[in-house]
Design a protein around this ligand. Structure first.
Ligand code: HEC
Ligand code: HEC
Length: 371
């Protein structure tokens, strides 16, 4: 066991009164406390949680989320955000003017649509669940299989994807953008000094810059910042369990995930048709590897897993214990972890989420095409 975990683990054991049955590995589940028979004396009160010690360890394990995810190649500016936010909501970037980024990644629903897989052009659905866009710019790469290096590269995909927004080619997208007289000046402002600011790449850069501000700090951060009463004992017990059973091996860093690719079914094979990262790399060694999702807002982003097949958060936690750690988590451990995960539900910035008023179509704006 990594030494840095030992300390937290020992706090966890003492604080939750679960010393009995915990082996040296630190990953074995503690047994459910057996029901106390009527006659026996009440069990001793668990010692109070040492919030200060937990905070120190928590801060070391989960560095604070910055205000934005930076990219030196695409600095975030207010002008790009203004433009990117409009583009994010604009259904005219889809063939039938009925789908926008916000259709599948709804900003007022924590960046998801609540569907296992999302309907795109003509109601077609792909095989994977739409992940949230909140905090996604922090990830090591984009998509479940990591096939796009960053949010700028990612944003070029859906517009031309035949089952998503279904535009035929980049040139048709530029026809649309140039036909809406409000857009060219906004591109010029966002990309000053450029000869041809209205370009497909700049569309993606503006959307990417907007996404780089979709950051959602939460109650968990308030606790780490020093507010003792920000988390309940139950939630803190969940944090301890999350750390001590080994969830942090993969769900690490300020976003609690997003930093690595890991095999789904590392300890016990997980049944899925999806080859995961092998689809992106062509390398058989990557079969069933998926990007570890960030757990920020996870209580709100179900259904879960790459195929959206898991509809109850407690089931996701239990399956993680079994398939990723090889342990059967107790019901108590699962509900404590679920309580902790609830503290990661953040507050989206209302000014970014508000539905913008889009610039009006012009006489040359192509009509919707349902074909
Ligand atoms: C029809 C639904 C749909 C539309 C429209 C759509 N997306 Fe997605 N998005 C998805 C799905 C599904 C995935 C995951 C696909 C995969 O991993 O193979 C995804 C993945 C992403 C990711 C990666 C997140 C992560 O954690 O890896 C980002 C960012 C994203 N989309 C942003 C956008 C933007 C920006 C737009 C608009 C230009 C957009 N999406 C339009 C369904 C959609
Ligand atoms: C060995 C790495 C690893 C460990 C350990 C691990 N996870 Fe995961 N976790 C993943 C991967 C990979 C996925 C994506 C699964 C998929 O592709 O369907 C995931 C997905 C999840 C999801 C669903 C997120 C979503 O948006 O769909 C939750 C919730 C979750 N993990 C919680 C936990 C908890 C709680 C623990 C500890 C009990 C844990 N994980 C341990 C790698 C890991």
């Amino acid at each position: 066991m990594p030494r840095r975990l030992t300390f937290v683990l020992s706090i966890a054991m003492v604080a939750t009164g679960l010393l009995a049955g915990c082996g040296d590995s630190g990953t074995k589940p503690a047994p459910e406390p057996s029901p106390t028979p009527e006659a026996s004396p009440p069990p001793p009160e668990p010692p109070a949680l040492d919030r200060a010690a937990l905070r120190t360890r928590g801060k070391a394990l989960f560095p604070a989320l910055p205000d934005e995810a930076t990219n030196p190649a695409n600095p975030v500016t207010e002008e790009k955000i203004v433009l990117g936010r409009l583009l994010y909501y604009d259904t005219r970037l889809s063939k039938n003017h009925d789908i926008a980024c916000n259709s599948c990644h709804q900003l007022d629903r924590f960046g998801v649509d609540g569907e296992p897989t999302s309907p795109g052009h003509k109601g077609q659905r792909g095989g994977r669940n739409s992940p949230t866009v909140y905090n996604a710019a922090f990830h090591v790469a984009q998509f479940w299989d990591g096939r796009a290096p960053d949010v700028e590269a990612q944003a070029k995909g859906p517009v031309l994807n035949p089952i998503e927004m279904a535009m035929p080619d980049e040139a048709s997208v530029l026809v649309v953008l140039n036909s809406i007289s409000g857009y060219p000046p906004l591109f010029a402002a966002a990309f000053p000094g450029e000869q041809d600011p209205v370009s497909y790449d700049n569309m993606a850069r503006a959307i990417g810059a907007f996404e780089r501000r979709l950051v959602t700090p939460s109650r968990f951060d308030t606790f780490l910042d020093g507010r003792d009463d920000a988390l309940s004992d139950r939630e803190l017990a969940g944090l301890e369990t999350f750390v001590s059973v080994g969830c942090i091996q993969c769900h690490a860093g300020g976003a609690l995930g997003g930093g690595s690719f890991q095999k789904l079914g590392r300890n016990v094979p997980y049944p899925t048709e999806d080859k995961g990262r092998e689809e992106a790399t062509g390398d058989e060694a990557d079969r069933y590897f998926f990007k570890v999702p960030s757990l920020r807002n996870v209580a709100k982003t179900g259904p879960w897993f790459h195929d959206g097949s898991i509809t109850v958060l407690a089931d996701a936690i239990r399956l993680m214990g079994k398939h990723q750690l090889g342990v059967d988590l107790t019901r108590r451990q699962i509900s404590d972890i679920a309580a902790f995960l609830g503290t990661l539900t953040g507050e989206p910035d209302a000014s970014l989420v508000a539905v913008p008023e889009l610039p009006a179509s012009g006489p040359d704006t192509p009509a919707p095409d349902p074909s």
